[in-house]
Design a protein around this ligand. Sequence first.
Ligand SMILES: O=C(O)[C@H](O)[C@@H](O)[C@H](O)[C@H](O)COP(=O)(O)O
Length: 235
Amino acid sequence: MSGHFQIVSSRAAIAPIAADMIASAILRDVHSRGTASIMLSGGSTPGATFEALSHYDLPWDKVTIGLVDDRWVPETNKGSNGALIRRTLLRNKAKSATFIPMKTHHDTIQGGLANVAKAYAALSRPYSFVLLGMGPDGHTASWFPKADGLDYALDMNSGAIVAPITANKSPVTGDYLHRMTLTLPAIADARFALLLLTGAEKRVVFEAAQDASLNYPITHAITALGERLTTLYAE
Ligand SMILES: O=C(O)[C@H](O)[C@@H](O)[C@H](O)[C@H](O)COP(=O)(O)O
């Protein structure tokens, strides 16, 4: 299995370990280049990590936070990853960090693309840290299998940082079919990436995703990140 796979005693034990890893990545890059850029996924798993991280005494004024992806809904919607970041991380000691959301005022992903691309082009790369999740369908970010826009999002030659995605409805997507996502080239050179993986069902998919012939979207991230990817797994 490429990268590092760390089995954690419980789901609750993930948050402090993950928060420590993010804090180390921030301190390393603020020390070496004066700033740190951390790119965070949403979903139901990472909230506890963000809440823990918000209490860390770090040089937050030198940290820029971006999203790995977001659903194209206003932050008043319960599915908004931007709202998740504001609710769990942009508080306590971390409130002085700079947050660059993805959702713009535009109604459509196509309408918002130019604004998001411009805003995300300003984030320092390679990213200090990327936090990924994975769905039971083998997606990560918003790289949903067979989604409209997936090929472009995974094109290492596109030069694009962000891409619009329209997923096919599934139990995993729920009603959130229209999304904006970082592309594979955007995260491929990240200095450190962490995948939070919970439950035996996802572990089976993750292990299968080591085989590129099965064409799971997350396999592209696993291959590109190599040793720079650490996976924290809890049953
Ligand atoms: O917007 C999203 O849904 C996330 O960015 C997505 O890529 C997430 O990381 C996985 O779907 C895992 O989500 P859970 O943590 O809820 O299982």
